[in-house]
Every structure is written in C-alpha cells, then in structure tokens.
Design a binder for this molecule. Structure first.
Ligand SMILES: [Zn+2]
Length: 453
C-alpha cells in the first residue's frame, strides 16, 4: 500500500477509535410502563408506575408519566422492577464471568483482590463505560505484610503510602488489608487512604490486636462475618480451633460495629459452603455434577477437587450456625450488612448462583425478606456512596430519580419470594436493556465453549 494512503487509513482508524466509546452509549430513553416497583428506599411497593431511564440514570418515576415519543417502551404491566443486585465480594477474572453475573441479575460487583492487571484496568473500564455486557465493577488492591497469601507486600509506612498511590493510579476504589500487616503500615494505609479517598476494607490484622482498633482507625468494611470469630470473639493471636463463641458475647459485637458505624459483609454462603465440604469429598463431587457447572470455567473444574477442605477433620456447622445468629443480631440492630460470596474461588461458589444462595441463607437466618434484599441493594449502595463520596457517581441500590438505572424485571414480587430474582425476565445496566432472550444468548456460547474444552 502507498505510504500516504496507509497514513490516511491509520488516521481514519484512530478517528474511529475515538468515536466508538461515544456510540457505545447512545443517548437513549427507555420507559418501563406500568411496572410494580420494589424501590428499596424503605419497605414498600409502588404499583402501576412508569420508570423513565435516560442515559443510564432514572430520570423520572410516576403513575401517569408522559413518555417521550422517542423513548423505547417496555410493557411491564403486572411485572416487578427491583434494583439490580450487588455481590460485594468476588474474585472473578474474565469477561465471561461478568456476563454470567449479569444473567443472574447482578449489576454491581466488588472485586476483592487478585484481579489481573488487565482485569483491574481495561476490563473494569470497558465494563464501567458500558462497552461490554457486565456489572459495574469496583476493585480493591489487597496488601499484606508477607507474601504468605499471595498479596502485594507492604512492610512499612513509606511502602504503604506508595501502595495507596499505586491503587489510585490504577483505578482501585479500596485497599484490602490482610492478616500480617504491621501496625505502622496499617496506620499509613489509613492516612493515605483518607487523603486520596481510598478507604480500607478487609480482614483481621493480627498486629492491630483486634477489630476494635481497626474500625477505630477508619476501616470501613469487615469483609467476612467470620472475621468476628478470628478477631473479636477470640483474640487475633489465639488459635480457637473450631470452638463456637458464646451467644452472650454477640451484643458486644453489635455495640462495637455500631460504635464505629462500619459495614459488614454478611457472607453466610462462604463459611456455609466451606462447612458443607469440610471432611466430605462427596460434596465437591455433587457440585461438579450439578447443572450450574455448565457455567463453571474449566480452570475451576480442575481447581475445585483439589481445594483441600474435604480432607480436613472436625465439624464447622456449629460455627456456621453461630454466624447466622450473629448476622441476624447485626441486621436487627440496624447495622448495614452487604452481601458477598467469595465466588468462584471456593468449591461450590458458582458465580451469580452463590449470591442467590446467600440471600436464601440470610432469610433462613431470620432476616426479613426486606432486610435480606437490602444487603444486595440499598446497603450496597450506601456502602459505595460512603466510600466514594468524592467520586460524584450516581447513587445505586434503589429505584429513585437520579439513581443509576440498574434494574431487574421479575414475574413476581421479590418481597414475597426472593427466588424470583434468580431468573430475571430482564436486566438493565449502563442504559442497556437485556431481556431474558438476550441474557440467554449471552451465556449460551460460554457454556458451549466450556463444554467443548
Ligand atoms: Zn475473598
């Protein structure tokens, strides 16, 4: 090809590349007509409402809205709209995983560590600007004092500040603290996190001597309910084995979290699934033979049988039951619980499916259906709002004017039966409406590819 022609072609392609992201977000308007709403601003339903979505945000809600002529109409008469769901503890790695989440009604995820650079960077950006079908993604940079668990190592205050700067430069929304950090590093992470608007979330840090000090220093979220066993009910440096804390101590844990106004990930499914396979190889075999396995990537089909929980001895079920009583007490005290799963790193935690199982476990633990649904909607939104106050993002987790139009359409009222959320009739995110056929078309090729390998 002639050099000048080639140069012209390159310029034209560069121009096209600049134009593409804009055309991926058309200034479209969509109206859901005559829907029943579960707005999740408080415990109520609103019947016969029209919801107008403009540019990915809810523009207006009302029983007799005038629908703009250019708006696409979706007849939702007799159907139910709820906010999209959030899984605030995931370790997914691929675009396939994100499409699977969407098909289960999940429109927000918090990636809790060990994302590849490519996932934390370009995949997150493509998801968040709506270029690929995916939930909205927030990422955490996991840091620890030693390489023991495979995280970025931070040994002193200077490195801690550098880690926060690195997190900021790479779009991480949070720092996740891990067990072997030093107290100095923890303090420096907190200070730099405050300076740059990157809050701390995470685990027990043994050197801090207990959750009280971590939360007092400003850690915003306890990433697992079971962390209270490791660093509140028993001292962080004490090997409590499999013993179960006394129910009499729960009130103190409630008071601690209330005092620091923190969030807790109510991940009953995580500890529960570990308890189910503890010493029981048949459990993992049964999960791998279940229909959900069609959306489990070959990597996890190989990894799950070797996770090792099935070779352990003892019984974690009493502790799992205790965690149910703990999160019930948290919920009744008004502590903002968020749902998280740890999918898909632990055998049995299928992407998307495990969030619905977590909701079912929360309901079994005695939470009302409204309290349960709040963990994956309004409380998740409150957590992101508090953490990202400076980011100027639209609110999420509720159906309200101005909120992100992350929506789930279901046949029945989820406040009557939460399982209706598992197979949504459609999901909206980033201003794009995916009906059930579109969601199925998204995941069928993934299942086919996995089956072929
Ligand atoms: Zn995790």
């Amino acid at each position: 090809m002639d050099l000048i022609l080639r140069f012209a072609l390159a310029l034209w392609l560069a121009g096209l590349a600049l134009v593409l992201p804009a055309t991926a977000q058309p200034a479209s308007r969509i109206a859901f007509v005559n829907a029943n709403l579960v707005p999740m601003d408080r415990e109520r339903v609103l019947r016969g409402q029209t919801v107008l979505v403009e540019n990915g945000r809810i523009a207006a809600i009302g029983p007799r809205l005038v629908i703009p002529a250019d708006a696409r109409r979706i007849d939702a008469r007799g159907l139910w709209l709820s906010p999209g769901l959030a899984d605030l503890h995931t370790h997914v790695q691929t675009r396939d995983d994100l499409a699977i989440y969407l098909s289960y009604g999940v429109t927000t995820v918090l990636h809790m560590g060990e994302a590849s650079n490519a996932f934390a960077g370009r995949t997150r950006i493509a998801a968040n600007d709506g270029t690929i079908p995916a939930p909205h993604i927030y990422t955490v940079l996991a840091v620890d004092g030693s390489p023991r668990y495979g995280h970025l190592v931070v040994t002193n205050a200077e490195e801690a500040r550098a880690a926060v700067l690195l997190a900021r430069a790479n779009g991480y929304a949070f720092i996740k603290v891990y067990n072997t950090l030093s107290a100095d590093a923890f303090a420096a992470l907190t200070a730099a996190g405050r300076e740059f608007g990157i809050p701390l979330v995470g685990h027990t840090v043994t050197a801090m001597g207990g959750l009280d000090r971590q939360l007092a220093a400003g850690q915003l979220l306890v990433a697992h309910a079971e962390e209270f066993i490791y660093s509140y009910f028993f001292a962080p440096d004490f090997d409590s084995g499999q013993s179960v804390p006394s129910d009499g101590a729960i009130a103190g844990a409630v008071a601690l979290v209330k005092r620091h106004d923190a969030f807790v990930t109510a991940d009953l499914v995580t500890y529960g699934i570990i308890a189910q396979q503890w010493g029981k190889p048949a459990a993992v075999r049964a999960w791998l033979a279940s229909p959900e396995t069609r959306l489990l990537s070959p990597r996890y089909r190989l990894d799950w049988p070797n996770a090792g929980y099935d070779r352990r001895s003892g019984d974690l079920m009493p502790r799992a039951a205790f965690l149910g009583r703990l999160v019930k007490a948290f919920a009744d005290a008004g502590i903002p619980l968020v749902s998280g799963t740890d999918a898909p790193t632990i055998p049995g935690l299928f992407i998307g499916d495990s969030l619905h199982r977590n909701l079912a476990l929360l309901e079994s633990a005695g939470l009302t259906r409204y309290q349960t649904l709040a963990t994956a909607t309004r409380n998740a939104g409150a957590f992101i709002a508090r953490a990202r106050a400076r980011a100027g993002e639209p609110p999420l987790g509720m159906i309200a004017p101005g909120a992100r139009a992350d929506l789930l359409l279901t046949r029945t009222n989820p406040l009557d039966d939460l399982s209706t959320l598992r197979q949504p009739l459609g999901v909206m995110t980033h201003g794009v409406w995916h009906d059930r056929a579109a969601l199925d078309a998204l995941i069928a090729p993934i299942a086919d590819r996995y089956a072929a390998r």
